[in-house]
Design a protein around this ligand. Structure first.
Ligand code: 1PR
Length: 553
């Protein structure tokens, strides 16, 4: 097809969309100047990031008028996420910056007082079609779920019924998850990140399947409010990546963060970096097996390397060609100085990763340093930390905080007045009944005088969108997640929390979802060693009536 254009304005991960389009057998050109918009025969606007920066960028590039003219011309248009939101008049996210105003209405922040849900809405949810009729829905399937990642949405409004293709329920709120009228189509979710269900939907837009010629044939239904939303729990595969002693980039896995093989009967591998496979191949395997998300952690990120040569960039580029679920990259998201002295801000580093196919970046050590500064400053935001700058540029939903805590036992609360304590059911070696969780940096090599409670609440205040909660004591032990730690963190923040470290069997996943409110559970070792395949975990959870995305191909 000639004339298929992508409206990129320089924010977020658009590589995955290009890869998805290519995978479906189409070539897509990038809009480089206003005239390209008018030349297009089909246009996709993949808005990623924040509403204000997206609109500002359209204004600066003189894209607003050509875009309105294009839509007016009747040629097919598809907006994704902020690309859908931009069609409305305004957004609470940036009240002073107007939207395109093609659809009446305001994009609003999810209700944070609704205790049943975390904000951002991050994960897989249903899209319930309200329009019934011939070729109206671009192949949105009622039995599938799609990947959402956003804090703002347009609430259902019956005054714009003719625009609404589907709605989605999150907690008690029903919002517009896709729109369709004449030549205009838009999804709040990301089809390019929604596995095969999303690819099918993109294909129907590219093939021109859709638009209803006769509006009278279409029945428009009202949404039905359910007693509980259909949001699913996520299962995440995590790949710790580093260079081994032979210089190859491998997936490794530690026991309580020690990734070197231990001695067993003079084993020749003793002391070597544990090698569990190749990063791109393993990620592809996990996508095929039904992982809802994949996380790469560069665990030797404290080493200095020129930004342009970061090995993880290539891994992301290759992975995003064949893996169509969200990708997170962690390790080394901070201000860096190249060996030749060139400075790059954390925002620049993150930008490189987003352009290479990452949907989220995860910040470990730098989050701890930022919180130390924030607390020393009487909780005043400085605006220049990695968390704040990346959240501002790419949206909170793109910023994950990876926490590497370890348990410290204390005899009584008086012994540790400065840290948030937990009364534990697992007494310490000397019968201690209290503990706190110390944050560490540099992959657990150095403990800091900050507890996990301080860290997560401060990071949330700075604009982080999700917590990846590891636990050094549990990592690689196969003994189950640390439920005390997880519950403590989950109760302290409103952003989503990923439980990590310790999964050893299917039951551990059911336990973490039944006994805590986490949105996602991550595992590494059992998946790498093929001890428990992802499908078995998902089948087991489904049997236990836990809402899980069905594998789709
Ligand atoms: O500090 O921002 O540069 O980030 C470094 C990142 O690398 C952090 O996210 C940190 O967690 C990670 N990291 C550093 N060293 C190690 C190590 O293992 N030596 N990996 C490491 C942390 C822990 C988990 C693991 C789960 C599940 N890996 O991510 O995947 O514990 O494991 P399991 O299911 O086998 O129990 P920065």
């Amino acid at each position: 097809m000639r004339g298929l254009y992508l409206l990129d304005y320089g924010a977020g991960n658009v590589r995955s969309l290009v890869n998805a389009v290519n995978r479906l057998g189409y070539e897509i050109e990038w809009v480089k100047e206003p005239d390209d918009i008018l030349k297009a025969e089909k246009l996709i606007f993949p808005g990623v990031g924040a509403f204000g920066s997206a609109m500002q960028s359209l204004v600066e590039k003189n894209y607003v008028e050509p875009l309105k003219q294009y839509i007016e011309s009747g040629k097919p248009f598809m907006g994704i996420c902020v690309g859908l939101q931009a069609l409305f008049e305004r957004s609470e996210e940036s009240p002073d910056i107007p939207g395109l105003g093609i659809i009446p209405g305001t994009v609003k922040l999810f209700n944070k007082d609704d205790n049943n849900k975390a904000v951002p809405h991050m994960g897989w949810n249903k899209a319930n079609c309200l329009k019934e009729g011939k070729d109206t829905n671009y192949g949105i399937k009622q039995d599938k779920v799609y990947y959402f990642i956003h804090s703002y949405a347009v609430p259902y409004d019956e005054n714009i019924k003719e625009w609404i293709l589907s709605t989605t329920q999150y907690g008690n709120e029903i919002f517009i998850s896709s729109i369709q009228k004449d030549n205009v189509f838009g999804t709040q979710f990301h089809p390019e990140k929604s596995g095969y269900a999303g690819l099918r939907l993109l294909k129907s837009f590219l093939e021109g399947y859709c638009s209803n010629n006769d509006d009278k044939e279409i029945i428009i239904k009202n949404p039905i409010k359910l007693s509980k939303d259909e949001f699913t729990k996520r299962i995440i595969a995590c790949l710790d990546v580093r260079t081994n002693d032979q210089g190859d980039l491998v997936v490794t896995k530690g026991d309580q963060y020690d990734v070197r093989e231990r001695s067993t009967n003079n084993d020749i591998n003793c002391g070597q970096i544990r090698n569990l496979g190749k990063p791109v191949e393993l990620a592809r395997r996990y996508f095929d097996e039904g992982a809802d998300e994949i996380t790469f952690l560069n665990i030797t990120s404290f080493r200095n390397c020129p930004l342009s040569d970061l090995p993880m960039l290539q891994i992301l580029k290759l992975t995003s060609e064949t893996v169509f679920v969200p990708l997170t990259i962690g390790g080394g998201i901070r201000d860096v100085i190249d060996p030749d002295g060139k400075f790059h801000s954390a925002l620049e580093v993150a930008g490189e990763y987003f352009r290479s196919g990452a949907d989220k970046v995860s910040i470990g050590s730098d989050a701890v340093y930022a919180v130390e500064k924030y607390l020393a400053n009487n909780k005043k935001l400085s605006g220049d930390t990695s968390i704040e700058t990346i959240a501002h540029g790419y949206g909170s939903q793109a910023v994950v905080i990876s926490v590497d805590p370890r348990r410290i036992y204390v005899k009584s609360p008086e012994d540790e007045p400065n840290h948030h304590l937990i009364k534990t059911s697992f007494p310490g070696p000397d019968g201690e009944l209290w503990c706190w969780y110390q944050c560490t940096v540099k992959g657990g090599r150095e403990g800091r005088d900050i507890d996990v409670h301080q860290l997560v609440t401060s990071c949330e205040a700075m604009g982080a969108g999700e917590i990846l909660l590891n636990c050094m004591d549990k990592d690689g032990t196969n003994s189950g997640y640390d439920l005390e730690l997880i519950n403590d963190v989950k109760n302290a923040v409103r952003i989503p929390v990923i439980a990590s470290s310790g999964a050893g069997k299917e039951e551990h996943f059911a336990e973490v979802f039944n006994k805590t409110n986490v949105e996602a559970a991550l595992a590494a070792g059992i998946f790498h060693r093929k001890e428990v395949p992802i499908q078995n975990v998902k089948n087991y959870l489904r049997e236990k009536s836990i809402s899980i995305r069905r594998d789709d191909s």
